[in-house]
Design a protein around this ligand. Structure first.
Ligand code: URA
Length: 210
């Protein structure tokens, strides 16, 4: 598994504003989108392209275009939705699928409650968007789900992660082709499985339900 932890001052600056508990929802949403666009630049480093002929005003030459099948962007509901626009701004030809996961309060295992994905993901490069890699349970389940459906490669993009979450993803990945892009790696988790220092509940802060 390849792991990339952002170290750009603009990303750290925007994350700092996001972490501040006084930052209101509209600003939080805007910053989440901007951060995703910055992380998308790194996350798409290996996006598949193919050569194409183009004609400039001066001459014919060879360029590249994003290859088929197009990348599939999968925001993990609900908080991953806040990252979607930031990604599609940079890759407007990507297709979008949706995956909703919730923790079963009895088994504590993530279960899928919503799914809108193409039937066959064979040969697809998938981009799973989930702002908070906390215990890693739901993102690990999402990654497995995409591979079970035939995905060739999964890049997961998170604003914040923890060492525990990273370890969980590493455990399930095995020799499959996974890239993890993080805005920052935080210290760990508190007793309620919130990321520390973190930013609180990303879904609540995005959608004003805090
Ligand atoms: N999900 C969140 O939204 N925040 C956390 O800190 C952990 C999981």
């Amino acid at each position: 598994m390849r792991v990339h932890i952002a170290d750009h001052p603009l990303i750290t600056h925007k994350l700092s504003v996001l972490r501040d508990k006084r930052t209101p929802s509209p600003i939080f949403r805007q910053l989440t989108e901007e951060l995703m666009t910055l992380l998308a630049y790194e996350a798409t480093r290996n996006v598949r392209v193919e050569e194409c002929e183009i004609e400039t005003p001066v001459t014919k030459t060879v360029g590249v275009k994003i290859a088929d099948p197009k990348p599939l962007v999968v925001p993990i509901l609900r908080a991953g939705l806040g990252m979607l626009e930031g990604m599609t701004k940079l890759v407007p030809t990507a297709e979008v699928g949706f995956l909703g996961l919730v923790r079963d309060e009895e088994t504590l295992e993530p279960v899928t409650y919503a799914e809108r994905l193409p039937d066959d993901l064979s040969g697809r490069q998938c981009f799973a968007l989930d702002p908070m890699l906390a215990t890693g349970g739901s993102l690990a389940a999402a990654i497995e789900y995409l591979f079970d459906r035939g995905a060739e490669h999964v890049t997961a993009v998170c604003l914040l992660g923890t060492p525990q979450g990273l370890q969980k993803i590493e455990e399930i990945v095995g020799d499959r082709d996974v890239t993890l892009v993080l805005g920052a790696l935080d210290e760990g988790l508190n007793e309620k499985s919130y990321i520390v220092p973190g930013l609180g509940d990303a879904g609540d802060r995005l959608y004003g339900t805090a």
